[in-house]
Ligand binder design. Structure first.
Ligand SMILES: [Zn+2]
Length: 84
């Protein structure tokens, strides 16, 4: 499925965000990666299976201190979208 060399990391891989961007809509605040993940500008993610990942990197560090240091554990997002 992935035409790139080397192939992009799978959607379940720890480095999934390293996949190539295939569709980018910065004006709408999201991008689609080669592995099917939709990444939002607040660093939240929508996974191919319908799961979600909450924003996990501060995007407004100039206005307030980071609540979660890089690499810190985060609670899983509660998805309003039922898994199909
Ligand atoms: Zn790819």
């Amino acid at each position: 499925m992935c035409p790139h060399t080397p192939t992009c990391p799978d959607a379940s891989a720890p480095d999934r965000e390293a996949a190539r961007t295939v569709v980018s809509h910065p004006e709408q605040g999201w991008s689609l990666l080669c592995n099917g993940i939709v990444v939002f500008e607040d660093t939240g993610e929508l996974l191919p299976g319908g799961g979600t990942i909450a924003p996990h990197r501060p995007t407004d560090i100039r206005d307030r201190p980071a609540a979660h240091p890089a690499g810190g554990p985060l609670a899983p997002a509660v998805s309003p979208v039922p898994a199909a």
